[in-house]
Ligand binder design. Structure first.
Ligand code: NAD
Length: 256
């Protein structure tokens, strides 16, 4: 059980982050949800998770595109035994037409945020004598596709940072790993479906099977619950010697 542990999950009022937070809370952890908004519904989400699981769940607003807010999130939480770097955005365009502001935002949110949160969390983990850093990278942290230069650069960067943090903590009871999901049906992916339907004049079903899941041999989406389960495994004693590596949850994508 993860009871007594505090888990901070960045970008967790939706999608994979929310799914991982729910699974960690079910396993007994006190979770800190986060995004850049500060709406009643964000706090209500945390209250609901706390009530359902009998844990202490909180929501703390912090914009992961800003280094000082990343660090403030960890400080405000007051404890950080498990850090899940999950916040991420996407933008699709050929590199010669890639808007610079989108490039900068993706590098900041998808990669730089993990630098700042990890830097702030490691001293707390060292003090507590235990820690887990779980970075949500992507199959695109290991392979590439056209038109996603910023996302792929950021995710490869996260995989590299994961290895370095693992080496710097190798002789401590702290591990750092990256989970590399294939396609998961979350709002981030859902948003890409209508445009792709128009672009290729395809039905939703064809877009899902032949475009989104083209490279996912299982022809099924991974689920947020499965990513939560993978995170819990990385927090278990069985995973104490797993560090500096990637775990693909991609239906065979990276085996192709
Ligand atoms: P999502 O859009 O559902 O969730 C993204 C989360 O990040 C949201 O909670 C959003 O509020 C938050 N966020 C965005 N900008 C932020 C900011 N500036 N500060 C704080 N929070 C911010 O998308 P998702 O699919 O759940 O993606 C979560 C992570 O998983 C991302 O890093 C993404 O790259 C990765 N991933 C997703 C897939 C997939 O198929 N969905 C596959 C591989 C990797």
């Amino acid at each position: 059980s993860l009871s007594g542990k505090t888990a901070i999950i960045t970008g967790s009022n939706s999608g994979i982050g929310l799914g991982i937070a729910r699974e960690l809370a079910k396993a007994g952890a006190d979770v800190v949800l986060n995004s850049f908004t500060d709406r009643d519904e964000d706090h209500a989400l945390a209250a609901e998770i706390g009530q359902e699981t009998g844990t202490n769940a909180r929501y703390i607003k912090a914009d992961m595109s800003k280094g000082d807010e990343c660090r403030a999130l960890i400080e405000k939480a007051g404890a950080c035994d498990i850090l899940v770097n999950n916040a991420g955005i996407q933008h699709v365009a050929p590199i010669d037409q890639f808007p610079t502001d989108k490039w900068d935002a993706i590098i900041a949110i998808n990669m730089n945020s993990a630098f700042h949160t990890t830097a702030a969390a490691l001293p707390m983990m060292r003090k507590a004598g235990w820690g887990r850093v779980v970075n949500i990278a992507s199959a695109h942290g290991l392979t590439a596709s056209p038109f996603k230069a910023a996302y792929i650069a950021a995710k490869h960067g996260v995989v590299g940072m994961t290895k370095t943090v693992a080496l710097e903590t190798a002789q401590e009871p702290i591990t750092c790993n990256a989970i590399c999901p294939g396609y998961v049906l979350t709002p981030l992916v859902e948003e890409q479906i209508p445009n792709t339907m128009k672009e290729y004049d395809m039905s939703r079903e064809d877009v899902v099977k032949n475009v989104l899941l083209k490279r996912q041999p299982s022809k099924e989406f991974a689920t947020v619950e499965q990513l939560g389960g993978t995170t819990i495994f990385l927090c278990s004693d069985a995973a104490a010697q797993i560090t500096g590596t990637t775990i693909s949850v991609d239906g065979g994508w990276t085996a192709l």
